[in-house]
Design a protein around this ligand. Sequence first.
Ligand SMILES: *Cc1c(COP(=O)(O)O)cnc(C)c1O
Length: 392
Amino acid sequence: MKTGYSGLFIPGPTNIPEKVMQAMTLHLEDMRAPDFGGFTLGLLNDLKKVFKTKTGQPMIFPCSGTGGWESALTNTLNPGDKILCSAFGQFSHLWADMCKRLGFEVVRLEVEWGKGVPVDEYQRILSEDKDHTIKAVLACQNETATGVTSDIAGVRKALDAAGHPALLFVDGVSSVGSIDFRMDEWGVDVVVSGSQKGFMLPTGLGIICVSEKAFEAHKSSKYPRCFFSWEDMSNSFKTGFFPYTPATTLLRGLRASLDMIEEEGLENVFARHKHLATGVRKAVDAWGLKLCAQGPEWYSDTVSAIMVPEGHDATKVIARGYERYQTSFGTGLSKVAGKVFRIGHLGWLNEIMVLQAVATAEMAMKDSGIPIELGSGVAATQTHFMQSNYGS
Ligand SMILES: *Cc1c(COP(=O)(O)O)cnc(C)c1O
């Protein structure tokens, strides 16, 4: 029998704060009530702060992040348009694959898993594209499968250096609200996010933000769309209403989540993620293990993909954590299946929860025959937490 809290250390869905849970414990409400529009407009306004935009327009679809990807593509482009993208993990792969499945022409750069967006390569390709046949550039800010964060400011610089007008689309599903993201400063045209990661909510809201330039492209885009139509959504959003039934319960949760982010302070939220992630990385070092991310420039502050030594199976560690210790770690996806287990350290999390994850990972690894010293990672994490100025 299970007692107490189960540990949830997957990189989404993440732990839901009590306040957010309570905000969602309510009777269903009238989404056409006279005051509902005002409520939505307040959410949209506060989302702008999270995306760091003044001129961008946030939109909320009742879907998961994948729907946000689709919305970005089908609302701005024309059938057969060329898209530049790169694949270095399961999520960047899936978005690129979606481009292909939707019938776009895809220039897809294969990058070793453990590295991120190849900014120099992007710049070279964009510079050579003199006729501007590439209409959109995709970048996954945080590849959740490998724990790799890419340089989005760098992608903007590459576009500018090449003098290229392509739209810049960013997957921020596991970074927005946890790792710094700057829509206006980085000239991002569409950023895609979801409710179940940094926003600390259940899955079910695809939250995107659209630049004025992307809206311009929308006007001449002939790709068929219906459910994800920006035209429908933005027209009804003028008064804060939705073109179809919104996920009202989740929107109430989003209100609470945005209030919590505001109360903590967005920059403090980022600092907390960095602090906790560093604690996890100290443990990985102490275990003598390696991250999938191939160097500090790629380290993610929301998820660490930890490589088990050759000859060991990470799947066993994950199963042991779940079955014996009531704790979930993220599994290795696709190319890294069996090679990594992931500790998600994003959302509503603190130092003692991270210590719980690290201690449990040690037991599950030791039980699975991986030669680590019990307590070594815990001590390294504790030392980091005690020595840092965080929280004092
Ligand atoms: C979770 C995630 C997604 C979206 O996945 P959904 O399951 O559709 O919400 C997309 N990209 C990244 C980087 C993610 O982590």
